[in-house]
Ligand binder design. Sequence first.
Ligand code: SAM
Length: 289
Amino acid sequence: MNEKRLYSPSYIKEIIDSYGFRFSKSLGQNFLIDGNIVRKICEEGQITKDDEVLEIGPGIGTLTEELALRARKVVAVEIDKTLLPILGETLTDYDNIEIVHGDILKLDLQELFKEKFESKSIKVVANLPYYITTPIISRFLEEEIDVDSILVMVQKEVAERMGASPGSKDYGSLSVFVQYYTEPEIVLTVPKNVFMPRPNVDSAVIRLKMRKEKIALKDKDIFFKVVKAAFSKRRKTILNSLSQGLNMEKEKIREILEKAGISPTERAENLNIEEFSKISSLFPPFNIY
Ligand code: SAM
């Protein structure tokens, strides 16, 4: 078995040079080069031999290898076909890793899970390209893919927005969206110098633990439309932002807010998920569309 050298910068350079690999900015290729961070990510992912893991974007396999040492099985989806021969070499000693060539945004996830995993204890782990962080997480949450948790390395500001509580400057529609489905916890902040090449932004690892019991909603579509409208004009009152965002008369919105026990001069950033649920339950569907 090869030594665990996959986070050594000189070894990474050697292997990518030997394959003539070039980093793609558009695929967000910033590879981890720090063993401590790789191990911490796996520890915070709480990966055990009972788990099957889906890794998104294995790169040259640095995190994949550490995951495979801890998990029962790792399925890693990589979009860049020039990385496939490299992964074939770096991960050759592991018989519990399967590489799938594909775009995680386009693959049929239900099908992938049915085909590749056997158990109910599935965890997603990913060091994601920044530009597709939100679409990827949204897919897993909206499609209610049956996973235990999603542990992702993302841009620090995005992690802070996902984890923010009402009343904080980072709290917004992304926080409500993520917190409706999961219990988020930022478990690690990561400096730029642990990547090759170095990104321009700091990163953080956030664990999204799926909620077993979700907050009761009368209609999920209406709820998210109301939340989006509420935050669309951050500095306005909830009355004004809902009226403008949903294109509805102020009087109608005032009535709904009154029934929900929310002051019309309140601001979206101070409302919690239960309060949004209460407001949205009072909207008749025909008013929204
Ligand atoms: N996991 C490796 C690491 O930590 O060193 C690489 C992380 S790098 C930030 C992101 C990886 O995701 C790259 O290997 C990139 O090619 C891959 N990737 C980008 N877009 C993808 C997509 N839509 N589906 C699957 N993989 C993707």
